[in-house]
Every structure is written in structure tokens, then in C-alpha cells.
Design a protein around this ligand. Structure first.
Ligand code: NA7
Length: 538
């Protein structure tokens, strides 16, 4: 029984989002291992279970943002190019129906402690409500946004209206029509909340610290017919996404910004803007994220296109300043539909919190540094997450010496291949630190890493290996590689959650592998060719 007080299994997976579901399916149905998932949420779906705030929607087009297995996509039809959370939740139900996942998932089950017991060669995993699982292998698939971030504003608790973090929005929704709504933060989440809340007739005050250099989504409806016709191409589409840097349907083009004349460049940028999505970020000149001058061209084009859409000069200068706030694309751009038009409405307000920071919360609202009390009925905290590392640091994972991972990662993050940690034998993780995670499409990343983990399991079975632990040296080398790859780009010059800057006190470092999926995949598979290079086996 999945909910047993004492559970015995071959593999325990933590998290039932894309990563956990993929690995459960592959390890159970292909390798015949006994697998169980512990999931903290009350449903499967990972971020799509947690995120039901107004406008929550994926920024990657389908069929790129879905599983590659034919039996899953065969009978599934999407309604929109960029599906919203409700549709993504239905997708997970479909996945469950096809792959029969749910019977092996314990929902509402939060892991609070896990340690490797040497005598029994098992992971002993404890849940918040006192259950224990014993597993030969532990796999953390908790995603990169499992731990919410709340800035410690004075008086935060004293607000008497409705206040929710974006990933803890009430299931039944909040009626915002005619209400005064604060939206704090403008990452992907804040942009979506502000846009949708204003559409629903709420009056918005958007608190902006760093403007989001958002790109036009060009949302559209999809018909069953066009999807059915296209399905014969899916195997190729799915294969090709693994050959691109970010696991997408497109990649950087083989030319540099100044290879084109200004006219050609303008035309090229226009095309990408017109087609929408992340093309302007990930299908652009190959030097855009490496060369400051090249990046200036991209920013200036973006600013020109965006400023045209904002009539209010004050809002225009906050949302799309002439002076570049950071190199384009070195913070995650969001996709928007009419975000700028919505914020431009006279009833909506935009506050630049760099100039006028939040001083404190009161019963009625928020007081800014200039002394103004802004009164609200609803406050949306779109303030993000202790991204990438927060989830795994928060589940009581102990190494063989009994030291908690949060302690081990206090001064910085160490892993090997972004999937294993020294001192945590027979433990794997995916879509987390030092993998392609935040620089890639989620389903592509988890399939890339999941495939490698499956290969490892096959090799362990074949070679009758019972114990696998990466070495400290292998971790040092991997960390060096992660830093070096990032240092070649413009990313380190920008403050962002990619580098841990959003959480006060978090060490500043590159949290993601910036070499792209194909190179990453090669590096990981080379390790196996060499016979578990960088690991101690027994
Ligand atoms: P993000 O991208 O981390 O956005 C958080 C936002 O909150 C961002 O605009 C922050 O400004 C802002 N923030 C955070 N702390 C403060 C304080 N103290 N004062 C003012 N503003 C603050 O989280 P999301 O949920 O939007 O997106 C997470 C990822 O999920 C996203 O990238 C996608 O991959 C999906 P800042 O930019 O730090 O100046």
C-alpha cells in the first residue's frame, strides 16, 4: 500500500510533476522496479498543481511542452498553443489514465527527513505525518520552484484583506472585479497575474523592482484536426528538441548580430517578434547572450517595440526604460498578451520600488518609502522562490555522516552532473541545481536527465552494482565547469534567481548548467562509457 506506515520499495521518488512521473513510468514499466512517489501536494502535476493564480499558463508552446511518448500524445488534444493551468491539470489526468501512475503515488505526503542507512543499504525516508519508507534508491524530483520566497517586510502579517503567494492561490479563485489589487513582483508570475487581474476588472497597482523584458506570446487556439495531422511529425519534433540548446523547437541561428546590416537585423527582429514566444530570446543571433554590443541591439529593439505600446510616459519609463536595466535575456523574459496595454490603463498604477521601496504592510495595505499608504483589498505576492536549490535543501536530506544537505550547500552548491551528490549514495535528482534546468524547457530537461538515470539503473543491474556515490573531486570539477560555462555569457552580470540573488544571504553562484542540452547529454553519457567515471561503486 502506497500510504503504508512502513513502506518498502526499490525506488522512492519525491515529487509527482513531469520529472517524477517520467521516472516512475520508465523505471517501473520498463525495468520492472518497484517504485513509489511521495508528493506533498494533493494532486499530481507539480507546478501545475500548485499554480492556479489568475492567468497561470506555460510559456512554452505545445507539443514542445509535453511528454515525448507516443502513447501519451496519441489521444491527447490541446486547446491552446500555450495552455493554462486548468488544461495542464487535465493533461496530467490523461497521463495518469494512459500510464497508470496514480496508484503508486502517495499524495499529501511531505518528506521531512531522509538518510542512507549503511547496514541495510537503504534510504530511510520520513514523512511529516510519521510514515517511513525504506528504499534502495531515492530520487528527488521536487522541481526548481518548491520553496516559496517571502521577503521579510515589516508588518506582512498585519494586512487584513486577502493576501496570497502566487503558488498558494485559493483553488476556488479570488473575485477581483472592482477590487483594488496589489501585484508585487513582475517575474513570469507577476506579469501573468497583473494582466489577467486587470482583464477581470480589478484595479491594479504593480510594484516593479526590475522590469520584465516580456515578449509577445501570440497565443492561439489549436484544432484537433491540425494536431492530428501534425502527429506524424512528433517523433521528429521530439527528437529535434533534444538537439537544441534549450530543448525547444528552435535554436540560436548560425550568425552573429553584426553579420547582418542594420536593415537586415531590423527585419530579422521583426519576424521573431511577429511569430512570438521565446524566438526573440532563443532563436536569435548566437552572440546575443555573450556579447554586450550585440545584446544592446536586441534590447533597443525590444524597448522600441514595447514603448510604442505604453502611452503614459511615467509607466513607459518604468516598464521599458530607454536605459537598459540588464542585458536582454539574462533574466527570464515572460510571455505576455496585453500586459502593457492593461498596465497602461489610467485606473492602473505602476510603482518603481527601486525608487520608492515598500516600507511596511499595514491592516489596510502597503506604505511606501515616500510615506504614501496604498490601500488594497487583495495583495498578490508574486515574489518567487528560493529557486533551484530551495526544494532539496528543505526536505531533511542527510549525507552518510548525518550532515544535512542545507548545511553542505550553505556556502555554495556542489553536485556531480547536476544529478548526484557526494555522500548521498544511490540518490539522484533531476531538474535541480547544476543541470540545464532553468535554461531549458522542463519536459525536455527531465527526459534528458531521466533517460540518463534509466541508463544508470540498467548498468547497475547489469553489472550487479549495489552502491554508487560520486566523489568530491568529481563534484569540484563539475562545479568548475558550471561556473566556467556561465562566465562565458552575459548572465553573471545580472542579478537574478539564476544566480541566487533574489534570496537575501543565498550564496551567489551559477545555479544552472549553461552549456545547453546536447552538450550536457554528451557529458553525462560519456561518464557511463568510461564505466562510472567520477563515482565510487561497490
Ligand atoms: P521570479 O521570477 O523570481 O519573480 C519574483 C519577482 O518578485 C521579481 O519581479 C522580483 O524582483 C520581485 N521581488 C522579489 N523580492 C522583492 C522585494 N523584496 N521587493 C520587490 N520586489 C521583489 O518568480 P516567478 O514566480 O515570477 O517566476 C519563477 C519562475 O517560474 C519563472 O522564471 C518561470 O521559469 C516559471 P527582482 O526581479 O528580483 O528585482
Amino acid at each position: 500500500d502506497t500510504y503504508a506506515k512502513e513502506l518498502d520499495t526499490d525506488v522512492l521518488i519525491v515529487g509527482a510533476g513531469f520529472g517524477g512521473v517520467y521516472l516512475l513510468h520508465r523505471l517501473r514499466d520498463e525495468l520492472g522496479l518497484k517504485c513509489k512517489i511521495y508528493e506533498a501536494g494533493s494532486e499530481m502535476g507539480g507546478v501545475w498543481h500548485w499554480n492556479c493564480y489568475p492567468g497561470a499558463r506555460v510559456d512554452t508552446q505545445v507539443p514542445i511542452y509535453e511528454f515525448s511518448m507516443e502513447k501519451v500524445y496519441k489521444d491527447w488534444t490541446w486547446e491552446e498553443k500555450y495552455p493554462g493551468y486548468a488544461e495542464l491539470r487535465r493533461y496530467f489526468q490523461h497521463v495518469d489514465k494512459v500510464l497508470d501512475i496514480r496508484k503508486d503515488v502517495a499524495l499529501d505526503t511531505r518528506v521531512v527527513n531522509a538518510h542512507y542507512d549503511k547496514p541495510s543499504a537503504k534510504w530511510i525516508v520520513k514523512t511529516e505525518d510519521g510514515r517511513t519508507a525504506r528504499a534502495t534508491y531515492l530520487i528527488n524530483a521536487v522541481g526548481f520552484a518548491a520553496k516559496r520566497h517571502f521577503p521579510d517586510w515589516k508588518g506582512l502579517e498585519s494586512f487584513k484583506g486577502e493576501m496570497h503567494h502566487s503558488s498558494f492561490w485559493p483553488e476556488e479563485g479570488v473575485d477581483v472585479k472592482g477590487k483594488r489589487v496589489a501585484v508585487i513582483g513582475c517575474g513570469s508570475t507577476g506579469v501573468q497575474i497583473a494582466q489577467e487581474t486587470s482583464r477581470q476588472g480589478g484595479t491594479i497597482t504593480a510594484f516593479i523592482r526590475t522590469p520584465n523584458l516580456a515578449l509577445p506570446m501570440r497565443q492561439g487556439k489549436l484544432t484537433k484536426e491540425e494536431q492530428d495531422n501534425n502527429k506524424k511529425n512528433y517523433p521528429e519534433i521530439m527528437e529535434n528538441r533534444m538537439k537544441t540548446f534549450a530543448g525547444f523547437q528552435y535554436d540560436f541561428v548560425e550568425k552573429n548580430t553584426f553579420d547582418d546590416s542594420p536593415e537586415e537585423r531590423e527585419k530579422f527582429f521583426e519576424e521573431m517578434f511577429r511569430d512570438g514566444g521565446f524566438r526573440f530570446w532563443l532563436n536569435t543571433y548566437k552572440d546575443m547572450l555573450f556579447d554586450k554590443k550585440a545584446n544592446d541591439e536586441a534590447y533597443n529593439f525590444w524597448a522600441k517595440k514595447t514603448r510604442e505600446r505604453i502611452s503614459d510616459p511615467v509607466k513607459r519609463d518604468i516598464l521599458a526604460p530607454l536605459e537598459m536595466p540588464h542585458a536582454f535575456g539574462t533574466k527570464r523574459p515572460s510571455l505576455e498578451q496585453d500586459y502593457y496595454e492593461q498596465l497602461d490603463k489610467p485606473e492602473n498604477t505602476v510603482i518603481d520600488v527601486k525608487k520608492n521601496p515598500i516600507r511596511e504592510f499595514t491592516e489596510k495595505g502597503i506604505i511606501t518609502e515616500d510615506g504614501t499608504l496604498h490601500e488594497f483589498d487583495v495583495i498578490a505576492l508574486a515574489t518567487g522562490f528560493d529557486s533551484v536549490t530551495g526544494g532539496m535543501k528543505n526536505m531533511g536530506l542527510k549525507d552518510v555522516e548525518g550532515v544535512d544537505l542545507s548545511e553542505r550547500w550553505k556556502g555554495g552548491t556542489w553536485s556531480y552532473l547536476g544529478m548526484t551528490c557526494n555522500g548521498f549514495p544511490n540518490m539522484f535528482f533531476l531538474y535541480g541545481a547544476q543541470g540545464p534546468t532553468a535554461f531549458s524547457n522542463g519536459p525536455s530537461c527531465v527526459e534528458c536527465q531521466g533517460n540518463w538515470i534509466v541508463e544508470v539503473f540498467k548498468k547497475l543491474q547489469k553489472e550487479d552494482i549495489k552502491y554508487l556515490d560520486c566523489t568530491k573531486e568529481a563534484e569540484e570539477d563539475w562545479r568548475k565547469k558550471v561556473v566556467e560555462l556561465a562566465d562565458k555569457t552575459l548572465f553573471p552580470n545580472t542579478k537574478s534567481w539564476y544566480f541566487g540573488d533574489n534570496v537575501p544571504g543565498k550564496p551567489r553562484e551559477s545555479l544552472n548548467y549553461a552549456g545547453g542540452i546536447p552538450l550536457y547529454e554528451k557529458e553525462c553519457h560519456d561518464v557511463l562509457k568510461g564505466g562510472f567515471e567520477g563515482f565510487i561503486t561497490a
